[in-house]
Ligand binder design. Structure first.
Ligand code: NAP
Length: 275
């Protein structure tokens, strides 16, 4: 087992990638704190952990600095040590975003392109993004990653060791025209990863990022069949990823196998982006 007795926090682990990461970490011997904004989802993930060191569910909105501080205070009080943070919580759609309209226009553009007519349909996403949507997107991803990292570094500094893993995206590497706020948040997470990696290396804390491609989770479920087919057509391995393939990447970055990795990103993406 690769994480025996390590204490890990995975945010947004009631669903999708976070859930898969939390379950794999528990299988590998970690004591896993499962965070989600919805307590019942976090508790469900904990209930799925079988025969391991055990898990614990904590509800908190990672975009709220006070809730994040309270969550880490609970971890410090109840678990003592703290070894691994996975900043995974995320949203793909901001409040008030016209998801249906963007899907419709994206599909029209795909049809124009496959029929050789060029791309004439305007998505017009940026000009219609509201302040509220922009702010919530950055708050969940970027503020959340910062708030949790700040607390984690404080605890990890007590023992001068730790691993922090931030969920970025291929959206940060190649752009995502349907969600500029999401791409901006994920790009910010990559830059933050590099800066913090340099800041905390002397304390024995490693900070890395994962940039997944298109993975089948509840986040990508609402994607239309045509858009899904178009993304798969651009993915050389010809299929979406499985959450366990991202969890395996997170395990590598969390355990001592990656002891010389810091400030890096790994991209399980089936070849969708080759950098
Ligand atoms: P998911 O299935 O929607 O899971 C995300 C979880 O985070 C949900 O349970 C969600 O709760 C929770 N969450 C949302 N806002 C939160 C907050 N403020 N505080 C705490 N928890 C919160 O999504 P996923 O596909 O597993 O994505 C996980 C991470 O990977 C995200 O950062 C995402 O951007 C990134 N990613 C995903 C893909 C992909 O293809 N799936 C690709 C690249 C990157 P609610 O359901 O209530 O919102």
């Amino acid at each position: 087992m690769k994480l025996t007795d390590r204490v890990a926090l995975v945010t947004g682990a009631g669903s999708g990638l976070g859930r898969a990461i939390a379950l794999l970490f528990a299988e590998e011997g970690a004591r896993v704190v499962v965070n989600d904004v919805r307590l019942e989802l976090a508790e469900k993930t904990v209930s799925e952990m079988k025969g391991q060191a055990g898990g614990r569910a904590i509800q908190a909105d990672v975009a709220d600095s006070a809730q994040v501080k309270a969550m880490f205070a609970t971890i410090e009080r109840d678990l003592g040590a703290f070894d691994i943070l996975v900043n995974n919580a995320g949203i793909a759609v901001g409040p008030g975003d016209d998801r249906a309209g963007i899907v419709r226009k994206s599909e029209a553009r795909i049809m124009e392109m496959v029929s050789g007519q060029g791309a004439h349909t305007h998505l017009d996403v940026t000009q219609n993004l509201s302040d509220e949507s922009w702010r919530r997107m950055l708050a969940v991803h970027l503020d959340g990653t910062f708030f949790c990292t700040r607390e984690a570094v404080r605890l990890m500094s007590q023992r001068n060791r730790g691993a922090i893993i931030n969920l970025s995206s291929v959206a940060a590497l190649m752009g995502l025209e349907a969600a500029p706020h999401y791409a901006a948040a994920k790009g910010g997470i990559l830059a933050f990863t590099r800066a913090v990696a340099r800041d905390v290396a002397s304390r024995g804390i490693r900070v890395n990022a994962i940039c997944p491609g298109y993975i089948d989770t509840p986040m990508t479920e609402p994607m239309s069949p045509l858009i899904r087919a178009a993304v798969i057509a651009r993915t050389p391995l010809g299929r979406p990823g499985d959450p366990r393939e991202v969890a395996a990447t997170a395990l590598f970055l969390a355990c001592d196998d990656s002891s010389f990795f810091t400030g890096q990103w790994l991209s399980p993406n089936g070849g969708l982006f080759i950098g």
